[in-house]
Design a protein around this ligand. Structure first.
Ligand code: ZN
Ligand code: ZN
Length: 413
């Protein structure tokens, strides 16, 4: 049993809706949730109406049906994106509807599914909802992501526990890292946390680094150039209409975009990566002129390669994120097998798309302008963890000064 579960779940719903989405009176809100996560989705819908939402649209999906489709549907369905789904995205985009995705799925949902089908659907869906997701990553409307444990996920994170205990342990962990105690004050605690992150961003933006150099005892030796006019951000951001929101709940990271063609060297993963329903372990990536030129993984190498080969942009980095090794999530000492949490455990990089807002004025640039400004473009975005307890990151300023950014896995300032 999780102590005060109902109070905590309600606190979580209000945190997602008030701090995450920050739903404003009169807005149409959209929630995307697996049916297994219905209790939280319902509380979130109610919380949206508490905030004065005009209407709450809920889209449901289901692990079992998803897996059956990948295993048994006609191959052709993975290659075509239905027009009605595209029309839905256009409708939501026109309304600038705040979006909440509640995630809760079997981390190995698609194990054994044909990678060709996975890739085909990602490509079709990536093109079909591109306008919507481009608008989302450019923060044209508010959006957020929360989570809800399901047994297969809990079993992955706590393999030594029986199902009910594993579910409780995962709930406890989620509430903990989201700063939810059941006292109803999570919203207030998050306002304070966001202010702390904002102060660190300001310091990084003040340095205006030309490049970052990563080293650790795993063998990482990677240089990442940063675009001129790059912007470090974290905590909250503002939508095009100036409404503050928090895109990931929880979030500990401070991130920017790398110069897409300015990455050289080798980087080792610090943690396994749950990718397309599979696990990739003990891997490294080699870069030359920004491009991934070699990949090796102890397990799941083909899955990793397929993801990198999804499109040309997947061969390049799109995100550089700094997370202290002593973040609440790493202190928890567990692997969640879910990027939403695990990416907050560690410094990470992502191959695939950049967030346009990571360069000044980037959200208003055309694709060509974004690329010229250093931003990478892709229908893919895959975060992988690189932060170890001994990670060093040294910044080089445009004036040629070397500044320690990370020492022994934590911020040097
Ligand atoms: Zn990130
Ligand atoms: Zn990312």
């Amino acid at each position: 049993m999780v102590k005060d579960f109902d109070a905590k779940l309600n606190e979580y719903a209000h945190l997602l809706v008030e701090i995450g989405m920050n739903v404003q009176p009169g807005q149409t809100a959209r929630i995307n949730a697996p049916v297994a996560c219905a209790p939280l989705a319902r509380m979130c819908a109610a919380a949206c109406y508490d905030c004065g939402a005009r209407e709450v649209i809920v889209d449901w999906h289901d692990d079992f049906i998803e897996r059956e489709k990948y295993l048994r549907a006609d191959e052709a369905v993975f290659f075509q994106y239905p027009a009605y789904m595209k029309a839905k995205w256009d409708w939501l985009l026109e309304k600038k509807a705040p979006n909440l995705a509640i995630i809760g799925e079997d981390p190995e949902l698609l194990k054994g599914a044909d990678p060709k089908r996975i890739q085909a659907w990602q490509r079709a869906a990536g093109e079909g909802n591109r306008a919507y997701y481009d608008a989302m990553t450019a923060s044209r409307f508010q959006w957020s992501i929360g989570a809800y444990p399901v047994p297969a996920w809990a079993a992955k994170a706590f393999p030594e526990l029986p199902e009910a205990d594993a579910m409780d342990a995962l709930w406890d962990a989620i509430f903990d890292v989201c700063r939810i105690t059941g006292d109803g004050k999570a919203v207030q605690r998050w306002r304070e946390h966001i202010a702390t992150v904002a102060r660190r961003c300001e310091a990084l933006n003040g340095y205006d680094f030309k490049s970052l150099h990563y080293t650790n005892s795993l063998g990482t030796d990677l240089t990442i150039q940063l675009p001129e006019n790059h912007v470090w951000q974290g905590g909250s951001e503002a939508s095009a209409d100036g409404i503050e929101f928090v895109a990931n709940m929880p979030t500990e990271e401070i991130f920017t975009a790398p110069q897409w063609d300015g990455v050289d060297g080798r980087v080792y993963a610090a943690l396994p990566l749950a990718l397309d329903g599979n696990l990739v372990t003990d891997f490294y990536l080699d870069f030359q002129g920004g491009r991934i030129v070699d990949v090796h993984a102890a397990q799941g190498e083909d899955i990793l390669r397929h993801s990198i080969e999804l499109d040309e942009g997947s061969h390049y980095l799109g995100e550089v994120a700094l997370v202290p090794y002593d973040s609440p999530i790493r202190r928890k000492g567990i692997l969640f097998y879910e990027t939403l949490f695990d990416e907050n455990a560690s410094c990470h990089l992502a191959f695939g798309s950049s967030y346009p807002t990571c360069v000044k004025g980037g959200a208003d640039m055309t694709e060509e302008q974004q690329k010229a400004a250093g931003l990478n473009q892709s229908i893919n975005h895959v975060d992988f963890m690189v932060g170890t307890a001994d990670l060093s990151i040294t910044g080089l300023t445009r004036g040629g000064e070397e500044v320690p950014v990370f020492v022994n896995g934590n911020f040097a300032f």
